[in-house]
Design a binder for this molecule. Structure first.
Ligand code: HEC
Length: 126
């Protein structure tokens, strides 16, 4: 009995280690792993990919450094329209903005693209 317990805990530790490694790596989701922790990491978005997407889809209006232009600045409190600086609020806005901001989801931006963009905006513009 004791032996089974030991084997069991070793497997448990191995699993935790794998999940830990996966969540530290690039957040491009590990599709084979359906562990909750990995999914949370993936849901936060990939900042590096978000940077590229921002340059291509958002910078023309919000400025390369989020300083604003046709669209408002993305630094500081978000108030055009007012929204919280949270991943959830940004994702909701990018998926369903009000004019004159264009709706770029679901095309050309995928749900993952929007996640990555929100992560980039939160991580970069303060
Ligand atoms: C064609 C110009 C245009 C493009 C392209 C554009 N936006 Fe906007 N964006 C706007 C305008 C205009 C507003 C203000 C909307 C309003 O006043 O209700 C806005 C508002 C926002 C806000 C809210 C700002 C605040 O202070 O509340 C965020 C966040 C945002 N945009 C992010 C993005 C992201 C990320 C992208 C790229 C996927 C993007 N926008 C692409 C024009 C644009």
């Amino acid at each position: 009995m004791q032996r089974y317990l030991t084997v069991g805990s070793l497997i448990g530790i191995a699993c935790l280690t794998l999940v830990g490694l996966a969540s530290h790596g690039a957040t491009a989701a590990a599709p084979s792993t359906h562990g909750g922790i990995v999914q949370v990491a993936a849901a936060m978005g990939n900042v590096a990919n978000g940077k590229k997407l921002f340059a291509a889809n958002c910078a023309s209006c919000h400025g390369a450094n989020g300083q604003g232009g046709v669209g408002p600045t993305l630094h500081g409190q978000l108030k055009n329209p007012p929204m919280k600086r949270t991943h959830t609020a940004l994702v909701a806005w990018i998926k369903n903005p009000k004019p004159p901001m264009p709706k770029l989801y679901p095309s050309p931006l995928s749900a993952k693209d929007v996640d990555d963009l929100a992560a980039y905006v939160l991580a970069t513009f303060k």
